[in-house]
Write a protein that binds this ligand. Sequence first.
Ligand code: B12
Ligand code: SF4
Length: 460
Amino acid sequence: MKVLLVEPDFPYPNKSKHQANKVHRNFVPVGLLKLGTFYQNRGAQVKLVRGEHIKREIGFVPTSILVTSIFTYWSDCVWRAVSHYRALFPHAEIIVGGIYVTLHHRRAYFRRMLAQYDARCHVGLHSGAEAVRPDYTLLESGVDHHVTHAMRGCIRRCSFCGTWRIEPRRYDKPVERLVEEIVAVGKARVLFFDNNFLAHGDVETMLTELAKVRVKGRPVSYESQSGFDGRLLQRKPELAELLKKANFKNVRIAWDSGFAGHRAIRRQIDILNGAGYRPESVAVFMIYNHDTAYEEMLRKVEKCKEWGVQINDCRYRPLDAQHDNYNSRKYQTGQTDEDYHIHACAGWTDAKVRDFRRRVRRHNIWVRYAKARGEGYDRNMERWSDIHNTFKFFGLDRPPAYELMENSPTWKRRIHVMKRLRNFMKRREIMAISLEGLGGCAMDCALDETCRLLGVDTAL
Ligand code: B12
Ligand code: SF4
């Protein structure tokens, strides 16, 4: 059996074409990696591709093609991949699966698409794949973290959320199995893709055991992508300390209710602060462009300012949305409901959506760069934020303090060259070079040499 695993060409943020096979931190196709292990264990030859490739690049004629999916509004990418591989391999069986497929498989248009491409669908989790570990060697570029789930499903039924439809059955991974898995995979960073991590039935034991895990003698750092359910923290405040002891980073809670919920959120933040998470390291997920009106959302932002915590703004997209063409650059011309979902029934407009995002962005910049110095937001900080993004582009951590860069001719020149090179590479979709681990002079040499080879003008 020859199995081709396909991750459609999803429009990940900040992705350039030449990075198509690179792994974006938040988008490891973990479902496919587990399916890869499952089929290899059954003796199949397996290859994973991202996007649409030609026959020569694939290297075999697959008997089965398994296409994954994520967000419903990225559905076009899925069907483009299916269409491409159907044309390439007319006799292969094609199966589509994953989140979008599970949410839309009953719809008439979806059934028509399946019939058009002579494909079938797999709904929900795959029990065989759930029993094995992801095979990261299937990815072309390495990935420094392990993606896993401690639990499935959710104890709640929030109206806007798809999780309880995608994973209707609650399941908790036994703690022993989770620990064994992390040790066996051997990566010192673990990302949980759980819906509601703290709802695990044996959460105290799990956190206590996670704290003890060592990989190559080093403690493991953990992160939960979906954030923590603050109501569970309120019920069991001791969980916050267990999270801290277990080395959970980038802690987030959600504030999806209206302004009236502010006392509860404050309490949850206090619990996290008490456990050692500084306010500026805590982020609050906020759904907007949904039932809470813009004006009320602004009051929520004001509260976050008072508490000094960051905000992760989550624009609402309905679960039946098949497209989302929101474009943050179209600030001047604006966009309409034809381009993306605007929740007009709660008074949202395109202008309000953009204004809310802008305010949250400024708020976060203020929390990250100015709050500790007792300063207010000012436009210069946008420049620091831009430099930060340039650093990320070249695989570097946080830049030095803004004043230091402003007062150093060496840093001024270096940042100038980095920006020129970044813009050049982005425009031409050239893969970024990594400057990770390079000190001042070595970094300047690498930048200058690359600019010379590419013919980038770096004159100040
Ligand atoms: C982790 C997560 C994220 C992460 C990473 C997402 C990722 N991997 O790409 C981050 C934080 C980036 C994220 C962001 C957002 N997310 Co999110 N996210 C999730 C979450 C919790 C898990 C997604 C995931 O990757 N799971 C891993 C899957 C793919 O692997 P798996 O489960 O092991 O796969 C199994 C099966 O699916 C199956 N399978 C998979 N593929 C295939 C293929 C075949 C052929 C077969 C047979 C089987 C099969 O087998 C596997 C093994 O059992 C889901 C909720 C959920 N429970 O799904 C929401 C979810 C996908 N997110 C959602 C939303 C709304 C968002 C945001 C829009 C929030 C916001 N407003 O900001 C943003 C979008 C960002 C963007 N760029 O557009 C919604 C999607 C709604 C929609 N309309 O599509 C979901 C469903 C949650 C919800 N609230 O409803 N998210
Ligand atoms: S608690 Fe979170 S994961 Fe659970 S249903 Fe509500 S929004 Fe979805």
